[in-house]
Design a protein around this ligand. Sequence first.
Ligand SMILES: Nc1ncnc2c1ncn2[C@@H]1O[C@H](COP(=O)(O)OP(=O)(O)O)[C@@H](O)[C@H]1O
Ligand SMILES: [Mg+2]
Length: 376
Amino acid sequence: MDLYEHQARELFEEHGILVPRAEVTTSAKGAREIARRLGGRVVVKAQVKTGGRGKAGGVKLAADPAAAELTARQILGMDIKGHTVHSVMLAQPVDIETEFYVSYVLDRAAGTFLAIASAEGGMDIEEVAATRPDAVARIPVDPAEGVTGAKAAEIAEAAGLPAQTADVLVRLWGVLTREDAVLVEVNPLVRTAQGQILALDGKVTLDDNARFRRERWGASEAAHEGPLEAEAASKGLNYVKLDGEVGIIGNGAGLVMSTLDVVAGCGARPANFLDIGGGASAQTMADGLNVILSDPAVRSVFVNVFGGITACDAVADGIVKALDTVRLTKPLVVRLDGNNAARGRAILDERAHPLVQQATTMDGAAQHAADLAVSH
Ligand SMILES: Nc1ncnc2c1ncn2[C@@H]1O[C@H](COP(=O)(O)OP(=O)(O)O)[C@@H](O)[C@H]1O
Ligand SMILES: [Mg+2]
């Protein structure tokens, strides 16, 4: 999950990195007020979770509060690379002498962190890296040792940054590790004409696995996920929306992944990934069915369960109970196999719901669900 620039700025400030004074608003009138508080001249910055805002016209200098209002009016509602601008940050303008680039990223392939730094900041770092790779230093950081003063000095030296930036590099490592981030980027980090080092832009990507202890940023993220995903997340379901028409529920991520493949092989497209995990209760089954059935693109649902520790009769009980609370509007194809499969199938046979059909093999069930989706 990415943070907005103003949220990244807040974190930087909390970790003792110098940032320009700034405030956020969703209205042009608000922008005028803020500009007045900040001393008149301000930089108006679109708050969208994408880079290159400057080039797209989403970062503009305004000379006074009236100009700030006008500029904010232009920027609010603007589309930047498919992101609509709902808020702007107004920041005090900084007298820039030099712009640098610094970031820490998780290098999954190498199993370590990487410090990337360059004395050529401000612009598109990918472009600098492509045209002049020597201008970008890439230094591995051992996660157990972290960025000490000595390591920071090494990074600064390798990238040709002033020694003064070492302190920021150490603090930025603190943001990465103490805030559960997998990426922090400052572009530009600047040296001002007065000789101070300031972070003028920030990108922070938080580790989704740590979301449960980052509730502070939760609300803003929920607004940007799809409604089905938000609903599923609130029920604690492992759900990912896809583009197809066959809804899928399975137990175990591996089984669900192969179910997606088999359905795709049958000429239909999976509408979602949903792993109800082991020990799935009737409530989980009902919640899962509810989320899937409220996707208008879904035309049939395939429940694929291989009973292991969770026996098939328990899953069948869950489906039967779910049928009491969920209004089933689309055909449901159920394949139960493994532990207590026969008892599970008998339970569903007894319930005899007109929209529930059983299949004995995974391939047969997938084909049936795919046919129903295509013909329904
Ligand atoms: N507070 C500020 N004072 C002066 N210039 C700024 C300020 N904030 C941004 N800029 C300038 O605008 C450029 C683009 O802004 P930035 O925040 O990096 O957005 P993006 O990377 O999305 O284009 C920066 O490289 C910097 O030159
Ligand atoms: Mg930038």
